[in-house]
Design a protein around this ligand. Sequence first.
Ligand SMILES: C=C(O[C@@H]1C=C(C(=O)O)C=C[C@H]1O)C(=O)O
Length: 405
Amino acid sequence: MQTALEIKFDSLEHYLNNLLSLHLEKGHQLAIWRKPKSQFLQILIDNSGKAKKVSPRLEELPSGFIVHPFEDQEDQKAYYLEASSYFKIDLNIAIEDQKENLKAIGIVKTNTQSKKLINKSLFSSGETGGRESYLEYSKQDFVELVKKGIKAIENGELNKIVPAKLKKIELTEGFDLVNSIKSLIQAYPNAFINFFHIPEVGSWLGASPEVLIQTKGELFSTMSLAGTQKAVGDNPLKNTAWTQKEIEEQALVSRYIVDCFKKIRLREYDEIGPKTVLAGNLLHLRSDFSVNMNATNFPQLGSVMLELLHPTSAVCGMPRKEAFDFLRTHEKFDRSLFAGYIGPVNIEEETSIYVNLRTARLMDGFAILYAGAGVTEDSDPEKEWEETEMKCDIIGQHLNLQKKL
Ligand SMILES: C=C(O[C@@H]1C=C(C(=O)O)C=C[C@H]1O)C(=O)O
């Protein structure tokens, strides 16, 4: 059999176009990601041809990629891509010089041929519901929703709420998935760049700034991320001031995490921050939490915290149940996988699960972008709308790239 070694790929783009077209055409599930600050593009293929669901007991799972919607499912399960093959590409080394690590591809196609096949497979996958079933949120709808949220906070029903909207954008025939992935990788070195495809569920492309839980050796970590403003000036990380509203909003997320630790009587954790961090051209406030799982004798902390944390008050609100019920009643659309969680599990002895934010669901000729904004008593509804527009742009800007040329 011919191996990748014998075949000439002239660029990363050429290789990825071939790899994706081959597996998408065969109806395989796959996930591609680049972790924050990493030089590796990691690729996992599940060629079983069938979407699988698992209970998120992370420690017991084989190597794979987990995908969980915003809402808990009745069966309490998540989709799981189990690695039939897994490999990685070093983005700092020319593709010709790392052929021995690549997955073999039989017949090599041109970029144009592969792109056509990719789009055909993506856009004709098992998606149901046409464009009409995705009612876009107008500014007025969203502002009304935020006002309802503020009222519920004033009435003492909630402390914080994170309403979201969806936005539809056209995808032109020339939509170029690989180019979009490459563009996201370059633009957002601090984000978890991801693309995943489950034929029965959909295809999503995103650049998440938010870790939900991470375990690496004996170290567990999570973060509280909230407060948003546009990065301006020469040194925004140093010179940015935050309002009381934003400081409180983020403190509520931190409190939520600490409350989860308390529930399981875990007292020995480290908390660093909050500090200002950059996500694309947006700034957030972030605190980092870490726990030594050996010292605390908590080997299953990853799974336990995953269950307690999701959905966090960064994407749902506080108190969790009341906020969740509020969104169910008033938001009027299905968040689907938006604000759910995604990420590699037990790969190279690490599990890194992110909140599925700054993301687009790729549909037949269009994409759905989703974004939410943390609302407290002092929120200005117009500003929250602007915030969701900026969040949608983070991914929207990288979809129809050929238009910009
Ligand atoms: C809800 C989103 O982002 C979350 C909400 C934030 C906020 O309210 O300021 C900031 C970061 C994320 O935790 C989103 O990107 O859609």
